[in-house]
Design a protein around this ligand. Structure first.
Ligand code: BES
Ligand code: ZN
Length: 638
């Protein structure tokens, strides 16, 4: 793939600031107007994003001003979006991304300061991408465009919950999940990570509802809240949530938002957050986003977490009571460098976000909780990748993905995460920590507030590591990692000593040398239990053996959702259906995709398909649109 560098070589100098913006200019300016100009310089690379309709090489959006009202009764968001435009060449047409938006009026501000109506139409619907919103201006110097619209009540990027679906059961709740291409379902914009803009928002909501966004927050009145994000970010990082939310601080710059019923628990579980920020900033450079808060979502949140800037969205399924799953916080925090500061220019380059983040996450975990835990987590991730690889199409096991116009929600796997991390661990091992840490820190600084693709990374890697320390790693090896399928033959798998005894205990039990009750498990931590279960035989473990396990360790009633998931997977793979009653409760309580979809898939292929479909139909209303759409297909619904 050719990239921004080659455009620069072609002499399109206007567009070449993208890779050359000095880091100093990228510091967060207090004045949005200043950030605004910085944004214009950073936003362009060659159009390699097949998942946007936007003509962003001709004109880019540099600032978004939202004025929106939340209507819980109709589960709708509506109002105006004013987009500031930066024209790279004179033009009359602005093409935006949209999905299911009902646009009622569009006006344009020309160079003379006059607003006038603009003509527009929706192009044909694409099942994955939605509809292009095509706006035609009379003049060529339009600096702002104002779009009055209403999002659909079934917007793919929003979930609306009734009071009954919340912890407190008193107030409704709503939240967005924009990544990868759902921003367009509630805001008309250029929905590509190649474009970055600042944003501000005025949101009105009923009294008693607190609204939060991935931005600086100021409450104006009991029904209005004002937000400002002065740093230029891609559309997938715009985020909103509203509900009966309360805040509890960790310290002056960090805290947690949650429904009051789980606030204290969440605060305790994630109290190490400030320490995580500290170790990450020490290793990789200043945290550049001002505050870092967490928002605990209802259990239907479709992901583990989402790195919305200043406010990571977090599933409640990681509140285990013992901090055993806090690597998720380290992960979302790590995105403050890898992803939010240096962003993948298209979803083909997702590994630049997730592989770097998985690597940095693990370094944070090591700094804070020690090498033993970090290695266990590496080994678990590696195990998950090994289990997933055989199920993937060959093309999906490369880092530099070719997703075309497939739905990114279906095309992503653990490959960008774990294979990406393994590649960086390989480089760390080859060059040594000191050199590699300096390289990564330099990389974040060099590309701060820019969107880059895999080729830009490779060029930087070549000058700053491969050629700076010649003869250590060659281009061909890098090529194997990035463009090759599966894992390179020359890689060394992660190894955790802490799992050696776990593997021995499992073996002894499987061979009938020890009963479950005799196993030496007293000192095991959650990760060791996960290893114990995950490496059990699939298909031919007897029901007696599974019953013995559940009797000894009561996996069916564990409060740890990761252990529960591993246990149910094992049980279903071995057709052990004694677990169906507790599994029913589990599937109706949580909607995190990774924890429910594989279980439904396994059931749908078994003789329990009808049972699974019935549970799904019962649970469906509580699931997020994204979770629903995959499972609707699985069960042939609609
Ligand atoms: N940014 C991702 C979530 C995401 C990725 C949403 C791609 C949509 C498309 C987030 O940072 C993430 O990776 N979440 C993981 C947790 C992580 C610890 C592996 C998840 O949700 O499982
Ligand atoms: Zn991530």
């Amino acid at each position: 793939m050719t990239i921004s560098y080659s455009r620069c070589a072609l002499g399109l100098s206007l567009l070449c600031g993208a890779v050359l913006l000095p880091a100093a200019a990228a510091q967060a300016p207090a004045d949005p107007a200043v950030a605004h100009q910085a944004a214009a310089k950073t936003s362009i690379s060659q159009n390699s994003d097949a998942l946007t309709f936007a003509n962003y090489l001709e004109v880019s959006v540099t600032h978004i001003a939202l004025d929106l009202a939340l209507d819980f009764a109709h589960q709708q968001i509506a109002g105006d979006a004013i987009l500031s435009l930066d024209w790279h060449k004179p033009g009359h047409t602005l093409v935006l991304d949209s999905r299911g938006l009902n646009v009622s009026q569009i006006s344009a501000l020309d160079g003379d300061g006059h607003w006038s109506k603009a003509s527009y139409h929706m192009g044909p619907n694409h099942p994955v991408m939605g509809e292009p919103l095509i706006i035609d201006f009379a003049a060529t110097d339009v600096s702002r465009v104002k779009i009055t619209y209403q999002a659909s009540s079934t917007a793919s990027g929003l979930q609306w919950l009734t009071p009954a679906q919340t912890q407190g059961k008193q107030a409704p709740f709503m939240f967005s999940q924009n990544q990868a291409i759902h921003a367009r379902s509630w805001i008309p914009l250029q929905d590509t990570p190649a474009v970055r803009s600042t944003y501000e928002a005025k949101i009105s909501a009923p009294e008693g509802i607190n609204v939060v966004m991935s931005a600086d927050r100021r409450k104006l009145s009991s029904t209005q809240t004002q937000f400002s994000m002065p740093q230029a970010i891609p559309a997938y990082l715009i985020a909103i949530a509203a509900g009966h939310l309360q805040f509890k601080a960790f310290d002056a710059t960090s805290g947690v938002w949650a429904e009051p019923e789980i606030l204290a628990q969440a605060h305790e579980e994630f109290e190490d957050t400030p320490a995580m920020i500290k170790v990450a900033a020490k290793r990789y450079g200043d945290y550049r986003w001002g505050r870092y808060d967490l928002l605990i979502l209802p259990p239907s949140f479709p992901f583990g977490g989402m790195e919305n800037p200043r406010l990571s969205f977090i599933t409640p399924t990681v509140i285990a009571g013992d901090k055993s799953l806090v690597s998720l916080i380290a992960h979302e925090l790590a995105h403050s460098w890898s992803g939010n500061l240096v962003t993948n220019a298209s979803w083909r380059d997702l590994w630049l976000n997730e592989g770097f983040t998985t690597y940095v996450e693990n370094r944070i975990m090591e700094d804070l909780y020690g090498r033993k835990r970090a290695l266990m987590e590496q080994a678990i991730g590696y195990g998950e990748l090994l289990a997933e690889l055989p199920q993937l199409d060959d093309g999906d096991s490369v880092l530099h993905l070719d997703i075309g116009r497939r739905d990114p929600d279906d095309a992503f796997s653990s490959v960008p995460y774990v294979k990406g991390q393994l590649f960086l661990l390989f480089l760390e091992h080859k060059f040594g920590r000191e050199r590699f840490d300096a390289f990564v820190k330099g990389y974040f600084n060099h590309f701060a507030f820019q969107s880059i693709d895999t080729a830009s990374f490779r060029a930087y890697l070549k000058t700053h590591l491969l050629e700076a320390y010649p003869g250590i790693v060659g281009d061909a090896q890098v090529d194997d990692w990035i463009e090759g399928q599966g894992l390179p033959a020359f890689m060394t798998p992660p190894h955790s000593e802490a799992f050696t005894s776990v593997d021995e205990q499992r073996r002894a039990w499987l061979d009938g040398k020890l009963d479950a009750g005799q196993l030496q498990t007293r000192d095991w931590v959650v990760h060791q239990w996960l290893r114990f279960i995950n490496e059990m035989p699939r298909l031919d473990l007897s029901h007696d053996k599974l019953a013995e396990l559940d009797k000894a360790f009561d996996f069916s009633h564990t409060g740890n959702k990761e252990i529960a998931f591993s246990w149910y997977s094992l049980a279903l793979d071995n057709q052990y259906y004694e677990v169906l009653p507790p599994l029913d409760a589990y599937l109706t309580q949580i909607g995190r995709r990774r924890l429910v979809v594989p279980l439904y898939q396994s059931l749908a292929e078994s003789k329990q398909r009808a049972w699974a479909k019935a549970v799904y139909l019962k649970a469906r209303a509580g699931y997020h649109p994204l979770t629903q759409s995959g499972l609707d297909r699985l069960f042939d619904i609609r």
